[in-house]
Structure formats: structure tokens, C-alpha cells
Ligand binder design. Sequence first.
Ligand code: ME8
Length: 648
Amino acid sequence: MAKKYYITTPIYYPSGNWHIGHCYTTVICDALARYHKQKGEEVFFLTGTDEHGQKVEKEALKRGITPREFIDPLVSELKEMWKLLDVGYDRFIRTTDEDHVRGVQQIYEKLYRSGDIYKSEYEGYYCTPCEAFWTEAQLKEGKCPDCGRDVALQKEESYFFRLSKYAPRILKLYEDNPAFLQPKSRVNEMVNNFLKAGLSDLSVSRTSVKWGVPLPFDQKHTAYVWIDALSNYITALGYGSENDGLYRKFWPADLHLVGKEIVRFHAIIWPAILMALGEPVPQQIYGHGWLLIGGEKLSKSKENARPELTDPYELVKRYGADAVRYYLLREIPFGSDGEYTTERFLLRVNADLANDYGNLVSRTQAMIVQSFGKIPPRGKEEGPDGELIALASSLFERVDADMGALNAPDALAHIFEVIGRANKYIDETTPWLLAKDPAKRDRLGAVLYNLAEVVRIVSLALRPFLTRAPQKALSAFGGGEEVLSPAFGALEEGTPIEKLAPLFPRLDVKKELAEVEKLVAALQKKAAPPAPAKPAEAPKPQISFEEFQKLELKVGEVVACEKVKKSEKLLHETVKLGDKTISVVSGIAKFYTPEEMVGKKVVVVTNLAPAKLCGVLSEGMILCAEDGAGRLSLVSPERAVECGATVR
Ligand code: ME8
């Protein structure tokens, strides 16, 4: 029976603005999947999108559209990106897919019944961009310790998962099975930063987020997005359904490849959930490093001011899928971060693909076509032949060891070692001189045969990494079965051979850099058009009277007001509402001075979840009207009314 191999990428947030950093995890997974397929294994490669949660809900609301209307075009863009990069997944799961939603509900139901999920109340801080909960002690200067952005204080009824119960088993899993979490440094991070201190139970449901999977046993709660998202690895295979053949065949996964910032969710929460379900844990979780720009993680907000071309669509359009894949798979030492520059990209692609590989293929095939028209006889070995043949013959063994360690950069380095040796062999054996001497025709044949075999073997070895050029190089060898043999010498004498157009254009890197800089400037201009007038707001979706009634609006009086330190926009007001006062932070410092505010009667939303803004607690929102130029004006009752009066 064929060995099976189940590999997954994380499922992507439909954030848009896709950049080359986003492609990293998925291109590596694709190369691994292709590698295992080439070895004859039965592979299942899963990717998809993580579509629920507060982030999407808020973005859609901001635009006055439904979450689905917001997400669908972004999902199409992502799929288009994978198509351009020749990413050949077996399933693209969306967490809005019906079978996934049912699967998540099954998981919650099972955990609730077994007592691993219980009802309580959540109070803590939430980072919406990371969709992560934090305690006050975990915050860094009041901000999210992962991304440094603002967090909101939240208090609500919630179901909890008994994560604390599983901490000892997770520690034991790391000890007994060092392969489970790689690279090793991530184990130390997990143990020292989280497990050592013991784990708290995890809030796994929300009442304030509507855009999520409703819990089967309590419909006013939706599933916490990370539990929803992690479950995709098993729901995609039919876990919990009648149709669970794929699950029985492929689970446990051989590899969850993820960026290092989400190792915590995969290496702590996910195995605990699986343990609670009584299912096996994945064989391995690998936390890879990041593509950096200027020393920081490449992300859509940071790339802007630089002349780097980070847009995958443009990169593929200009340099081809092979170039982008090659850069990602070769340049960044596996497990570490790597700085991305367009110059490094161009130099890498030009030196390795155009000069070394492309040149070897076209020189070899052109010389054979010119001198023999087909594959010459192998001839006898002499001079440097033995060394070249030995290196090429043992290539698959080295690549296999590298890929077993998931190390694509080393595998490619080994392939390019053979390519480099073959180019040197051409200089040593000078076939163009041999061709001039009829007495040396046998030797010429032997040299060209060896080169043809090296071209064939390296192209075969490159196939999982580059999807276009190696295939073209291989198809020039007549297309017989022997073309796919890993053995040196499999190519038969007399095999017809075609002359190929150059596989990669040679680039003038300096000229190209200047062109790219212009392109980036044009892209940035397009991305940020001048915005003189505020665009008309899209109408918000209709709400029912019941929904409106959920808002608690009251008249209040500002009894004290001061500027919020370190902020140009914020004022901190103390607002009297009947016999109590609340603390409110508002973004109106540009339009009112603190002195002007004191004594003003205002309308306040008083049942908004409390949040901390620049470290100051805000327990409500003062309503303002905004004019066409973005100026704010307080909304006040027209006649005198007492503080605390209800606005309806
Ligand atoms: O984290 N360098 O999704 P995501 C390398 N939905 N990799 C990068 C990168 C960079 N500069 N920027 C992003 C999520 N990535 C969750 C996953 S799984 C159950 C839920 C990688 O869209 C990142 O590390 O933020 C991750 O592997 C992938 O892009 C998707 O990230």
C-alpha cells in the first residue's frame, strides 16, 4: 500500500493585500506535497480560508455589506494567487463551508458532553487583529504582546474549554516526541512562555460576535474563531460525519506547517482539543520564520514606503511562477527569518535559474541537436566523468534526506551543486573543441551523453520545486518512461531530442531594479489615490426594532475632561449619568478643548463593551455627527433633560 502523506497550510484570513510573505508557507507545502507525490506516496494537501470572527464582522460592517459580500472577492483573489503560483491543493476549505460548520458543531457537542466545555464568564482583553485573548499580566505596555496593537477589555458569558487539564499531557508529548514540535527553539518558547506557569482554561465562545458557527447547545454563542479554524484540519477530511473515509485514511496529519507567530495555537490548543476528543495528535508542527522588510515582518502596512516589489501577482507576471517559487524555497534558511529585497530576488533568480540551470540545459541540448540530432551513445568514462556521474547519481539520496527534514533550501543547494559541477565539466571537457576534431567524435558523444543525463536528473529533482521549466527540459527528451528514472544511464542512445527556447530570460539586474522602482511607485499611487472628499457611505443593512433596542442610549453631562497623554486625537471625559459617573474616551480632541467639553450635555451609548484606549478605560461612546469634511459635532438634547434620561 502506498505511504500516505497529509500536509496542511494554515487557513488564511481573507485580509486581501496579499504579499510575497503570504505565499511562503503555501509554496513550501506545495513543494513538499509534490515531492511526496513524485515518490509515489498518496498525498492530501489542504489549504483554505479562515472566514469567521470579529475582524471580518467589523470590516463588513464598516463597508455596509454582509460578511459574505466582503469575503468572497478576497477568497477568489487568494485562489487566483495559488493558481498563478501553481499551488496544487487537494482541497480548499472555507470555514463557511457547510460540512466544516457541521463538523465544528460536532466537535463542540462532543466536548460539551464529555464535560471538557463548561459555562462561565469571561473577563479579559481581546486583540481583534490576532483574534486572541490575553490577561492583563500578559499585555505589553497595555498592548497585544504579539502584534503591539490596542486590545479591548471584554466581559461576557462564555463557554470555557478545560485547557488547564491538558498542560501536563502536552508537556509530556513534547518530552516523549521531540519531532512533534520543530524547530526545537519553538519548544522552549512554548514551555517557558506558556506551559511552565500552567495553562488557564480557554474561553471558546462569544455572544458579542455573530459572524461565527453557532454552538449546537446554546445558539446565542458562536464558536471562538481559533477553535473553528483549527478544526478545519479534521473537518476537511470528513471528521464527525458519515463520510469520514478520508479522515480514517489520512489522519493524523504528517505536517502542519505554520508561521512562528501561530505556533502557540497549533502546539498547545490544538493537541489539547484532539486529546479531549480522543483523537491522535498530528505527527509534526513546524513553525517557520518570516520574510522581513527592514528587519520587520513583511505585512501589508509595512511594505508601502519601500521600493520592494512584494506583490505576488506582479512578480509572477514579470518573472514567472518558477522564479517566485525558487526565491521562496531557496533564499530563506528554513526555520529562520530572511530579509526580502527585490535586488536579492533578482540576483538569485538570474544567477541560479538563468545563468546556471537555464544555461546548462540550453547549451547541452543545443550541442546534442547540432552534433548528433539525438542522444549519443554513452561511451566510456574518463577524466572528470566519474566525479560528475557519482555526484549526479547520489543526488536523490541527499535531496531525500533534506526533504525528510523539510529543508527545501538545502535540497535546492544540493541540486545546484550538481548543476554547478556540470557547468564546470563543460569548461573542463571543452565539447566545442571536441566537435571540431572528427577523431574525437566518440569522446564528444560520451561528454554530451553525461551532460544530457545530468540535465535530466537535475530537472527531475527540480520538478517539485519549479513547476514549469524542468518539465519543459524533460519533455525535450522524447517523453519515454526512462525520462522519469532516477538512475544515471537510463536515457537510451538514439532518444530524439528537441532544441528548446531559453528557459529563463537573462536579466540586466540594474536596469530591472530601476524599472521595478517605477512600477512600485505606480502601484503605491494606485493603492492610495488622493482622497479629497469623503466618499459617500454605503447604506448599512436594515436592522430590526429588537436589534435597535439592544442599544442603551442615555443623556449625560461631562463633569470633567482632560487630554489623553501621548494622543493627539483623544479626550478623556468623566460623564455623569443620573447618580453614577462613567469614564469615556472619545476621538474629538481636534474639535473640542477639554475646557469646552465640561458642562456639555451629550448622548452616550452606555452598553458598549468596555475598552482601553491608550491605556485609559472607556465605558461608553459619546455620539457625534460628522460633516462632509470629517468635522465632528456633539449630539445634544434640544431641550433641557436631566442626566441619565433614556434616549430612544
Ligand atoms: O494566521 N513571512 O492566517 P494569516 C512569512 N488564519 N510568512 C508569513 C508572512 C511573512 N511576512 N506573513 C504572513 C492566520 N505569513 C490564521 C491561521 S490556521 C488554523 C489559522 C504566513 O492569513 C503566516 O505565518 O495571518 C501564516 O502561516 C500564513 O501566512 C497565513 O497567515
